[in-house]
Design a protein around this ligand. Sequence first.
Ligand code: NAD
Length: 447
Amino acid sequence: MQPAESTPVETTTNRRKFIGGAAVAAAAVNLPISACAQVAGSDELKLALIGCGGRGTGAASQALTSGGTRLVAMADAFSDRLEPSLSTLQAKFGAKVDVPDQNKFIGLEAYQEAIQKADVVLLTTPPGFRPMMFKAAVEAGKHVFMEKPVATDSPGIRTVMEYAKKAEEKNLKVVVGLQRRYQKNYLAGKEQVKQGLIGDVVAAQCYWNNPGIWLVDRKPEWSEMYYQIKNWYHFTWVGGDHILEQHIHNIDVINWFMDDEHPVAAQGMGGRERRNDRKTGQIFDHHYVEFAYANGVIMNSQCRHMPNCWNQVSETIIGSKGTLYFSDGGTQIKDRSGKTIWRYRNTDEDGDPYQNEHNELYKAIRENKKLNNAQYGATSTFTAMLGRYATYSGKMVKWDEALAWDNSEMPEKLDFKTPTRFSPDADGLYPVAVPGKFDPSKPLGYA
Ligand SMILES: NC(=O)c1ccc[n+]([C@@H]2O[C@H](COP(=O)([O-])OP(=O)(O)OC[C@H]3O[C@@H](n4cnc5c(N)ncnc54)[C@H](O)[C@@H]3O)[C@@H](O)[C@H]2O)c1
């Protein structure tokens, strides 16, 4: 894998390999049937894909593989992303991909029209847009698959938390793409912890250390907004920074094993040691955070985007009687003497967690079973965000205080001519958080 700093236009990371009766709902939620997404047993479910990039194409593929589904609408900010996605899906799924020209929607607000066409919407844009899209989908009474992270700032998280409750009230099913929760070795490990094999959880560690990520080169004809959205991973307001974007998977596992409790405070350190070309964006290339839970348990978390360093993507749950490891070495529990006392062996029946999460979603819709991941998706997103606030500021940050901050840097109007909230300075450099100076409680808190 190329380091991000030297990567040409839109090189992809390994993770992009993954392309790899209505009456019931209406009655349950006091909605008119016309306003309510479809749930009847054998009815075909209509899908709208919003954000037709690598993951969106993969999610649509999994949704179509689940069966009884048809893709009827697509929306993307850019037609040069929508069209290749459509061709890929048509080649694989034929008539199950039924997206006439009038159901292709282009632009930053295109999601609104696509949502109206479907029973289930797949929200796979960059995460800065997730809260407004989730809100629109729930208001329209649609079931949702949405990717993680689910927001990039505190107001966005509050929106997702609010609409997570509304989705519950409306009996809508919501799956969030934190697929380790649908991965058999993780589920088996969780069961062992529940049975007491490691005793009480006393500490946890998690890592997402790898060489880096793609970078999009600017073209002279692009507006600033166009560039920031094309190169979204590198701008905090739209991408969230890699502690949210990728490390959230590991952080979510720890929250899950803490019975979905969340940390109450965080402090840490981070910076840009190798990602030092401020002309290409703002995000850090390393974060190290100590998250403190109310019961005194500490989660140590580290994420790094740097070539030629120790790579590690894993989670470790330390208990009073033993330690559970999810790592390349396999899923196992060792007792305090270091002896392996339980091991998970993968089987062909385990399935692909990306497929499993979609299978569960459509099953829940058809059988009208409760399924709503939005609250834990928001909690784990905000945990990662708390970590970012800690590393950007260099301060101890508290959950309750930070959740109330009004720090959104989202542009007021979404179109490519609108000025972004910040631009590069005369030397072409973007503002970057400096610990001890940056104030995460407000927008543009760069001193
Ligand atoms: N669960 C996982 O393992 C996993 C893996 C990869 C990506 N993801 C998540 O999926 C999301 C997308 O990642 P990706 O790798 O597919 O990125 P991507 O850049 O390939 O795709 C994002 C797409 O959204 C489009 N877009 C941007 N703004 C939009 C808007 N306002 N309206 C409509 N479309 C818009 C872009 O043009 C692009 O086509 C991210 O949140 C990422 O974290 C999750």
